[in-house]
Write a protein that binds this ligand. Structure first.
Ligand code: ADP
Length: 458
């Protein structure tokens, strides 16, 4: 029962229903106003024309009527021969004598006292047979003349117009409802189809999309936008699934290594205690790798969330990051930092950008090499450049190094510990601040990472 009521309510809220109801309402109002106007004008026109007829008769009687009963009779017979059925005249002479224009007139005037008034038109009277008459009276030479003009034809005409109006109104309502219903069904039909398709849609099936209707334009636009959103969502989903697979894979390797060495100690620790220190150092190394990996994964997860920004001294952040890493650095370092460069953002983000780039330069450059860190502002942009004289990155690998978990030639970097996440974090962070990062070669040997931020706060 409740469900029925909800479906009924839902039906009432559909565009089709609302459009039909409103359109029919409008149609009925328009037809009614038009009918009332036509009826009103016709009634007034007919009333005025009858009034004119009565005035004409009155004028002609005033001009031609005499004092005597005979004279009156003559005049009335003359008038009566022309329009005996149209006019009924009653003359009461001062002598008390009464003259009628015809036998009909006599009958009607005998009932005169019982005649009723028609609504607001006090000049229209009804007989018991419900025949309408226009009423007028005047005095002439002591005689009281009363006129009745038959209005039956006029009332017939009004009746016919009234019936026609009712008929047209009904026809408009029926036809109008059918046409509007069909029309609005066509309009909202594409929305209904769209709703059904969305309900049936399987997001993981990349081939499924919404059908784009030719009309109406609005629904066509919504369908296109929906398909674009769907596409973006699918790319995002795929990326997330890939990320979970890669992350589990990366986590499994160090865990397997740790478990292997724990088992080795358990099995042979007692009989061959010399394996213990080597295994422990492996466990230490692998658990450290795990710790770094988990930290970076957590950082990656946090990147999608909202963050508060504040005004930051970027020059200071870069300098402090280098100072922190300098202790572990074996290479020579050249620092060229312009002071007083400010940005709007979060300290952690800029720290991560600088730390990952400088750490990579340290990892992939031999101890005798040189690392250069430059920060300066030019033409409203901020440039952070980290250069090294290390092993370099082959051209075909340059685009891939920013992908999550990607490491250039695993055999080459197997000696160097790493997760393959660092540069993807850097790229995401840089893009978060509408900046860009490019990687180029340093001749004769080495790599150069240039980060550009477009805005600068003074
Ligand atoms: P990783 O933890 O492996 O360093 P990154 O995402 O930071 O992960 O880097 C991805 C890959 O890019 C590295 O494995 C390395 O092969 C390459 N790479 C990054 N920085 C440098 C660099 N300064 N010189 C040479 N190769 C680099």
């Amino acid at each position: 029962m409740k469900k029925d009521r909800t479906t009924l309510k839902q039906r009432k809220n559909t565009t089709q229903f609302q459009l039909t109801i409103r359109f029919i309402g409008l149609l009925i109002s328009a037809v009614l106003i038009l009918s009332i106007a036509i009826m009103g004008i016709t009634v007034v026109e007919l009333y005025e024309s009858t009034e004119k007829q009565a005035d004409l008769l009155e004028d002609s009687l005033k001009n031609s009527g005499g004092k005597e009963a005979k004279e009156w009779q003559k005049v009335l017979v003359e008038k009566g021969s022309n329009d005996s059925s149209l006019y009924l005249v009653h003359v009461q002479l001062d002598t008390g004598e009464v003259i009628y224009s015809s036998e009909d007139a006599k009958e009607v005037f005998q009932e005169f006292s019982q005649l009723k008034q028609f609504l607001v038109f006090d000049r229209i009277l009804w007989t018991s047979e419900i025949e309408p008459y226009y009423y007028a009276s005047f005095q002439k030479d002591g005689a009281k003349v009363t006129l009745l003009v038959d209005m039956e034809d006029q009332f017939d005409l009004i009746g016919r117009i009234f019936s026609l109006t009712i008929f047209i109104t009904l026809a408009v309502i029926i036809l109008g409802s059918l046409i509007t219903h069909r029309f609005s069904k066509n309009l909202s039909g594409s929305l209904v189809v769209m709703d059904e398709e969305i309900n049936r849609l399987n997001v993981s099936d990349s081939k499924q999309q919404l059908t784009i209707p030719k009309t109406p334009q609005e629904v066509q636009n919504i369908s296109k936008s929906f398909n674009q959103l769907l596409e973006k969502q699918r790319v995002y989903l795929k990326r997330e699934q890939q990320f979970v697979t890669d992350a589990s894979h990366e986590l499994r390797t160090p865990i397997a290594a740790v478990r292997g060495h724990v088992n080795l100690i358990k099995r042979r620790g007692k009989s061959h205690p010399e394996v213990i220190p080597t295994s422990l150092s492996y466990i230490d190394k692998e658990s450290k790798r795990l710790e770094i990996l988990v930290e970076k994964l957590l950082l990656l997860g946090r990147l999608d969330t909202q963050f508060n920004t504040e005004k930051l001294d970027l020059s200071l952040i870069i300098q402090q990051t280098i100072n922190e890493l300098k202790v572990m650095m074996t290479q020579e370092i050249v620092i060229e930092i312009e002071t007083g460069i400010f940005v709007e953002g979060q300290v952690e983000h800029f720290y991560q950008i600088a730390r990952n780039l400088v750490e990579n330069a340290m990892k992939y450059t031999e101890p005798s090499g040189t690392i250069t860190v430059t920060l300066f502002s030019v033409e409203g942009t901020i440039q952070l450049i980290v250069e090294d004289s290390g092993m370099g990155i082959p051209d075909e690998e340059k685009a891939k190094i920013f992908e999550r978990f990607y490491r250039v030639d695993r055999s080459r970097s197997s000696e160097i510990s790493g997760t393959g996440i660092g540069l993807s974090i850097v790229k995401e962070l840089v893009e978060k601040y509408q900046g860009d990062i490019i990687v180029t070669d340093v001749l004769p040997q080495g790599t150069r990472f240039a980060v550009t931020f477009k805005t600068q706060i003074k």
